[in-house]
Write a protein that binds this ligand. Structure first.
Ligand SMILES: Nc1ncnc2c1ncn2[C@@H]1O[C@H](COP(=O)(O)OP(=O)(O)OP(=O)(O)O)[C@@H](O)[C@H]1O
Length: 259
């Protein structure tokens, strides 16, 4: 059985005095345990809405969402979220930010510290434990955000364009770091991106969404062996996947522009 299941999900926004928007239309999706699933699609197709539903920050107009067979009703620490914008507590140090989740679970302080130190080392930020977010670069802040999300030991990690605001070099470093952490921790990940290279490099499966109202147009298993890294980007298999996804996305971008 898959870990996450979305069945016939539709979301319709009806803002007062404005036209109603169908953001998602009959979306069904399943994410297997310990796999890395990526969603790509044109701007406005409902990717963030889909992730917010799984996070429990939004409710579907119709359809059901379950995690391990249980209905998702509201946010929970079993679903960790990393956004594009930096969402660290500015008044807390790196270590305190990472310890925040475990401390809410009333774990002993020494246990929270051990969890934080292990994750700070996994995201390669040793030496910055006492720094405040304002003293860090964008890439470093996203490493803290990743460590903070992992500190709750979530069942699934939800990532909404987490590297979207980073320059391409930092983005490459972050992708490799995420792959390394994922290889060792084997978390289930649902990841959103505009970047096709990123989708193929990271994903076990890439779901291409259609222009609004968003539907899953194609789900493509990425059968490129792991570990993957910079060499993967120039392999023939990678190029073939890229051509397929670019062509699917191109059709949708045109549909979106005409909508
Ligand atoms: N709270 C809301 N009220 C009204 N409309 C909304 C709301 N949230 C999202 N929408 C609309 O739903 C559609 C999907 O938005 P969403 O942010 O999920 O798209 P997206 O694919 O993540 O876009 P992008 O890639 O540009 O970030 C858009 O047309 C958006 O304007």
């Amino acid at each position: 059985m898959s870990l996450l299941a979305l069945n016939d999900i539709s979301v319709r926004f009806e803002p007062k005095g404005k036209p109603a928007v169908t953001a998602l239309d009959d979306v069904s999706l399943s994410v297997a345990h310990d796999t890395f699933s990526v969603i790509v699609g044109p701007s406005g197709c409902g990717k963030s809405t889909l992730l917010r539903l799984v996070a429990g920050l939004e409710e579907p107009t119709s359809g059901t969402l379950t995690l391990d067979g249980k209905a998702i009703n509201g946010p929970s620490s079993e679903r960790g979220m990393v956004f594009q914008s930096y969402t660290l507590f500015p008044w807390l140090t790196v270590r305190e930010n990472v310890m925040f989740g475990p401390s809410l679970k009333k774990l002993a302080k020494s246990e929270c510290e051990a969890i934080a130190d292990e994750l700070i080392s996994a995201v390669q930020l040793q030496g910055f434990e006492k720094s405040y977010p304002s003293e860090l670069s964008g890439g470093m802040r996203q490493r803290v955000a990743l460590a903070r999300a992992l500190a709750n030991d979530p069942r699934i990690l939800l990532m909404d364009e987490p590297f979207g605001a980073l320059d391409s070099q930092t983005r490459g470093v972050m992708q490799e770091l995420l792959l390394e952490i994922w290889q060792t921790k084997r978390k289930t990940v649902l990841f959103i991106t505009h970047d096709i290279d990123e989708a193929i490099l990271l994903g076990d499966e890439v779901h291409v969404m259609s222009a609004r109202p968003g539907r899953i147009k194609t789900s493509l298993p990425i059968e490129i062996e792991r570990p993957r890294g910079i060499d993967t980007l120039t392999s023939q298999a990678f190029m073939d996947y890229k051509r397929t996804i670019l062509s699917l996305m191109h059709d949708e971008a045109i549909r979106a522009a005409r909508a």
